[in-house]
Design a binder for this molecule. Structure first.
Ligand code: GDP
Length: 323
């Protein structure tokens, strides 16, 4: 099961959401030879906005791997302007979802491609190629499977209402995936998993970014059928999310918001878990609750590009199962 430490150039499949996932995917992209990384991306956040098909996580991964993302936010384009938004404000119809002027071009091309009968996979390939991206970026599905949240304060909310409009402050009492049971993982994604030497679950939000991928028909089975290691990097450091609602949500849904909760959440799927040095004290407990799980303790906060590369390198060199 272990990835051989001699296998220096493995084919890696990474499952990712947006900003957190894109950071590790970027580190992997920078150290693997071109063609050796496939990123399977969450589309549960996709939505229609003023007639445009927006795929926030695909865009974040594309812009990050294309090295044109806004470094301050992690999403959107570096140096983008918001003149269209300002004009909308002028008309008194400004939406709560801001789209940059250059960013709009991505949504125009995607929407037009989909209208002309291309799949989301095909349009994503076209956009990635135009951005000079050497890695394969794949939507997890070409079907629709939207994440929706039941909240105490506002009832059922579409994902972007919860995340952007209400800045993930409402209390979540349940999450569902509209289209679950029908939406299926793409053949391209399945093929990449079948040919992978290693599967990495990026430090994306387990409930909002990874679960919508795992819920797709055929996905969990494909990962479970693999004969190669699958590892996850914890998005929680010392019980806290680096950004966003992961810890808050896990608490609201009675899951343990800690590395123990992450290990439990991914039980049966992962062979190894990378946790932060700040969680070193949890190792003994982790060995009790998940005795078969390999553990790797390191600094997991990715503040610079060097951090991303270092972490990706450590994961690739890790002799999973050898501890
Ligand atoms: P989103 O869709 O843009 O919210 O992005 P993701 O779901 O991919 O990532 C959000 C998660 O990434 C959060 O739970 C963060 O805690 C986690 N995250 C972000 N940056 C880092 C980091 O540098 N290290 C670790 N370990 N987790 C991170």
């Amino acid at each position: 099961m272990a990835l051989k430490s001699t296998d220096l150039n493995p084919h890696v499949v990474a499952l990712a959401g947006g900003v957190g996932g894109a950071k590790l995917a970027h580190g992997l992209a920078r150290i693997l030879p071109s063609g050796h990384l496939t990123v399977i991306v969450n589309t549960g956040d996709d939505f229609a906005h003023r007639g445009l098909h927006i795929s926030p996580d695909l865009d974040t991964v594309m812009y990050t791997l294309g090295e044109i993302a806004n470094p301050k936010t992690g999403w959107g384009l570096d140096g983008d302007t918001f003149q269209n938004f300002e004009m909308m404000e002028h008309y008194g119809v400004a939406p709560w979802f801001r789209l940059g002027d250059r960013d709009l071009a991505t949504h125009f091309v995607r929407t037009e491609g989909l209208k002309n009968g291309q799949t989301l996979t095909q349009v994503t390939q076209q956009l990635s190629k135009a951005l000079g991206i050497q890695q394969s970026i794949l939507p997890a599905t070409d079907d629709s499977c939207a994440t929706v949240l039941d909240t105490q304060e506002y009832g059922r909310l579409e994902f972007q209402e919860y995340f952007v409009k209400f800045r993930w402050q409402p209390t979540v009492v349940g999450i569902s995936y509209k289209g679950e049971g029908e939406a299926r993982v793409t053949d391209a994604a399945l093929e990449s998993i079948a040919h992978a030497d290693l599967v990495v679950i990026c430090p994306s939000n387990p409930l909002l970014s990874v679960e919508p991928i795992l819920r797709l028909r055929g996905m969990r089975e494909a990962i479970q059928a693999r004969r190669v290691p699958c590892v996850a990097l914890s998005p929680l450091i010392d019980g806290k999310a680096v950004k966003g609602p992961a810890a808050k949500l896990m608490g609201e849904l009675n899951l343990d918001a800690s590395v123990i909760g992450i290990a439990t959440y991914y039980a049966g799927l992962i062979d190894g878990l990378v946790i932060d040095t700040a969680d070193g004290d949890a190792v003994a407990e982790l060995r009790k609750v998940a005795p078969a799980l390999s553990l790797y303790v390191t600094q997991t906060l990715m503040e610079t590009i060097e951090d991303r590369e270092r972490l990706a390198g450590e994961i690739l060199k890790w002799d999973i199962g050898g501890d």
